[in-house]
Design a protein around this ligand. Structure first.
Ligand code: HEM
Length: 233
């Protein structure tokens, strides 16, 4: 058998997902092109690097984690640089996604906790959900704000002699509250992006989703992508 014959045929949807998104390829829909996925996973990498190198500095309870990095002194050096890289990659992600994440007036209802609970219970399905729902957009802005808070408070702690005592104490409080809220949000985010909605994780790996996934979770986006009119009951 020749080498060409034994090579598996590349999936056309994956090939198109290198550069394009929001298009139909056969039975699949491209949701995240390669650049989007690369940016997202860079942010996730630096987030966890900053988190795991920061936890042993925060409390001796997590002191054992320092061994993975070569000791506490390495963590003290590595953590601020990982934080800077996290902030820079978040900035790139912010600019990259901002156009698609603008909140529509109707999506302000996601600011109410009741809406979030309904969503977690799979209630209140909305046929007008576009590419991202209000909760995803709020997470996007909250993550950007959290990253800014972590950067500014982190800089004060990195160069303590440059700042007055009151600011140093405030910085510790802001840094701790921001990172704890961030961890809680990311745990929810990972749950929603994996176990809660099968097929979503796929979109951040291969770039594609199935038609039924798109129709179920993001019906307006599905109609826009396939060029279908909304059916009124
Ligand atoms: C292992 C960790 C992570 C997993 C498994 C994961 C998974 C995903 C998936 C599957 C999506 C696509 C959702 C969709 O297409 O509807 C997504 C989007 C997104 N991710 Fe992550 N992610 C992780 C870590 C992170 C981290 C650390 C951040 C930020 C600090 C982050 C920020 C975002 C944002 C802003 C979006 C777009 C809005 C949204 O879908 O919620 N992700 N993620």
């Amino acid at each position: 058998m020749s080498a060409t014959a034994s090579r598996p045929t590349a999936d056309p949807a994956i090939l198109r997902a290198r550069r394009a998104e929001n298009i139909v390829v056969g039975e699949e829909i491209v949701r995240h092109r390669l650049a989007t996925r690369a940016i997202h996973w860079t942010v996730a990498l630096f987030f966890f690097l900053a988190l795991f190198s920061g936890l042993p500095i925060w409390t001796p309870v997590f002191g054992w984690m320092a061994h993975f990095f070569g000791g506490l002194n390495v963590c003290r050096w590595l953590h601020p640089w990982a934080g800077i890289l996290f902030f820079v990659s978040m900035g790139v992600m912010f600019v990259h996604w901002l156009g698609e994440m603008r909140l529509e007036p109707k999506e302000r209802e996601w600011l109410r906790p009741r809406k979030m609970i309904e969503y977690m219970r799979y209630q209140g399905e909305d046929p007008d959900v576009g590419k991202y729902n209000g909760g995803q957009k709020l997470f996007f802005f909250a993550a950007a704000l959290g990253a800014l808070g972590l950067l500014l408070s982190g800089l004060v702690m990195w160069f303590p002699l440059e700042f007055p005592r009151i600011l140093r104490e405030l910085a510790i409080l802001i840094h701790d509250v921001a990172f704890i809220l961030f961890v809680v949000a990311v745990v929810f985010h990972i749950y929603l992006g994996t176990a809660a909605e099968p097929g979503t994780f796929h979109s951040m790996i291969r770039g594609t989703v199935s038609r039924p996934w798109a129709r179920l979770h993001h019906p307006r986006w599905y109609r826009e992508v396939v060029g279908e009119e909304r059916r009124h009951p």
